[in-house]
Design a protein around this ligand. Structure first.
Ligand SMILES: CC(C)(COP(=O)(O)OP(=O)(O)OC[C@H]1O[C@@H](n2cnc3c(N)ncnc32)[C@H](O)[C@@H]1OP(=O)(O)O)[C@@H](O)C(=O)NCCC(=O)NCCS
Length: 185
């Protein structure tokens, strides 16, 4: 998997382990990014491309569809304190979302953000999650954050492997592991 040249507008080109091309870009607010309405639809469509296991690992519930309120929250970003990056593939002049990585700076702090990464099942294990987390860390670094914090089920081997690659500190909680990654300012 590799990041090639910058196609512009905050987007980077990548190749999956099997050579398939994808891009990572801010989800909205750019010339060729999704509008907020498109992104809402894309997030809802993405839910149908997640297996029950993936939905459970991401949302800790058997949720099938996102509610309007969840869509409001997931698309409420400002590019600094609330950031979302989309992995997309070009499909005949349009883009299809295949993954998303996000963070939200925690209330009462200025340098710790809670983060999550999700990749649709068909694209999992091909390097997309790793590329999304790399770019999310770049963004956090530029915003002066110190720590990205995630909550991961102990059985989520792929997410734990991703976090360990970045030297995460992992602390056991009741149901989840708390995973802290130093952003490395
Ligand atoms: C967790 C998730 C984001 C990882 O994304 P991905 O695109 O599948 O990950 P990658 O292909 O980049 O692989 C990441 C690492 O996990 C490893 N990995 C992938 N699948 C694995 C598996 N089933 N078991 C163990 N390790 C696995 C890879 O070898 C890689 O490790 P490396 O960097 O040391 O080589 C993705 O699987 C997903 O969306 N899962 C459902 C939602 C979720 O769990 N989100 C996390 C909650 S915050």
């Amino acid at each position: 998997m590799s990041a090639d040249n910058e196609p512009g507008d905050g987007a980077t080109r990548h190749r999956a382990r099997d050579g398939a091309a994808f891009e990572i870009q801010p989800c909205i607010d750019g010339a060729h990014h999704f509008t907020r309405a498109q992104w809402r639809a894309e997030l809802q469509r993405g839910m149908t491309r997640l297996s029950p296991r993936s939905r459970w690992q991401r949302f800790a519930s058997g949720i099938g569809q996102l509610s309007d309120r969840q869509l409001d929250e997931l698309t409420d970003i400002d590019g600094t304190w609330r950031v979302a990056l989309c992995a997309v593939v070009a499909t005949g002049g349009d883009y299809e979302g295949i993954g998303v990585a996000r963070y939200l700076v925690l209330p009462g702090t200025t340098d710790i953000a809670e983060f999550a990464v999700t990749v649709v099942d068909r694209w999992q294990g091909r390097g997309v999650g790793g590329a999304l987390l790399d770019r999310l860390l770049d963004s956090a670094r530029r915003s002066g954050l110190a720590t990205l914090r995630g909550y991961v089920f102990p059985s989520n081997a792929a997410m734990l492997a991703l976090c360990r690659r970045h030297g995460a500190r992992i602390v056991a909680g009741t149901d989840f592991l708390q995973v802290d990654i130093d952003v490395g300012r």
